[in-house]
Design a protein around this ligand. Structure first.
Ligand code: MEV
Length: 310
């Protein structure tokens, strides 16, 4: 590690999927953007390449994190750095916390190895870690976090990587993110959907196809500055996710609450299931955030913007 840069920092943004979760696993496009909240990793010179973990974690959690870190570290030539991490994201709530952690860590490892932390390099390392956490994810989470911009992402067949195209919005894109219900492990929700899809492939294939089309239409609406068009695409996407069996009463209730508060569109984001995150697209989310916080709802607003300065 370069002694002149004794302290290294890397940020990994959390993400929201505006359109196309789950169908992205089956090769259809998804529109996703980075949150202004995420995970920050810090590295200091050390004899060994190591990840410092808080004592509050269980043995299994520590083993998982260490295994993932080791995979990325090996690809970087195990530079002499000790990495610590701080997260602003809730775990397993659909906001890409593991991908953000993987990206933050990868940035510090690359810098410690004297390599550039360009998005493609970061994504390659972060994928190693994500595979340890999730097996075979579509790759949309860590790619969005590494790219730090709104993207239309399409998975390559049978791979956890894909093609991402930047989607430029002429208007600020602001979302309210609300956390509801019990967290649902993504792996479980994805696996249960796969069983239904295997049993009724034509029916489920049609729904995935529809969601992919809505995601592409939503990206075009963003580029045209048509936020009402994007909001409508989100509402239709929510209906299709419910048809796939991925919504639940607490998620639906929040979707309707956000629409009642003036959201241009609202839907679950991430894996869905018994609980997780719901997003609403707002021109100005702050009044709705203030109302929901008063009602005891865990929520915050974020612009889906570019890189965050550290
Ligand atoms: C999770 O953030 C998104 C899912 O589509 C799973 C994946 O893409 O791997 C549910």
């Amino acid at each position: 590690m370069d002694p002149q840069r004794e302290s290294l920092t890397g940020f990994g943004a959390g993400k929201v999927i505006l359109l196309g979760e789950h169908s992205v696993v089956y090769g259809h496009p998804a529109l996703a953007g980075p949150l202004s909240y995420g995970v920050t990793a810090r590295g200091v010179s050390s004899k060994r390449c190591q990840l410092a973990l808080p004592g509050t974690l269980s043995r299994a959690q520590k083993a998982l994190l260490t295994g993932a870190f080791q995979r990325a570290a090996n690809l970087c030539g195990t530079p002499g750095v000790k990495v610590t991490m701080e997260s602003e994201l809730p775990l397993s709530m659909g906001l890409g916390s593991s991908a953000a952690l993987s990206v933050a860590c990868s940035r510090v490892l690359l810098k410690a190895a004297g390599r550039k932390d360009a998005p493609a390099e970061v994504a390659k390392l972060a994928l190693e870690m994500e595979q340890e956490f999730h097996g075979t994810p579509s790759g949309v989470d860590h790619t969005t976090s590494a790219e730090q911009q709104l993207i239309l992402y399409k998975r390559l067949p049978n791979q956890s990587s894909g093609r991402a195209r930047a989607v430029k919005s002429p208007r600020p894109l602001k979302v309210l993110v609300a956390l509801v219900g019990q967290r649902s492990p993504t792996k479980k929700t994805v696996a249960a959907l796969r069983e239904r899809q295997a049993r009724w492939p034509a029916r489920y294939g049609r729904l995935f196809q529809q969601i992919g089309t809505v995601a592409t239409e939503g990206a075009k609406a963003v580029e045209a500055g048509d936020l009402e068009g994007l909001g409508d695409a989100m509402n239709v996407n929510q209906g299709l996710l419910a048809a796939l069996g991925l919504s639940s009463p607490p998620l639906e209730q929040m979707v309707y609450q956000l629409r009642g508060l003036g959201a241009l569109g609202a839907k679950l984001t991430g894996a869905g299931g018994d609980g997780g995150a719901v997003i609403g697209l707002f021109l100005e989310p702050e009044p709705a955030v203030a109302k929901l916080l008063k009602l005891g709802v865990r929520c915050f607003s974020s612009q889906l913007a570019g890189p965050r300065a550290l």
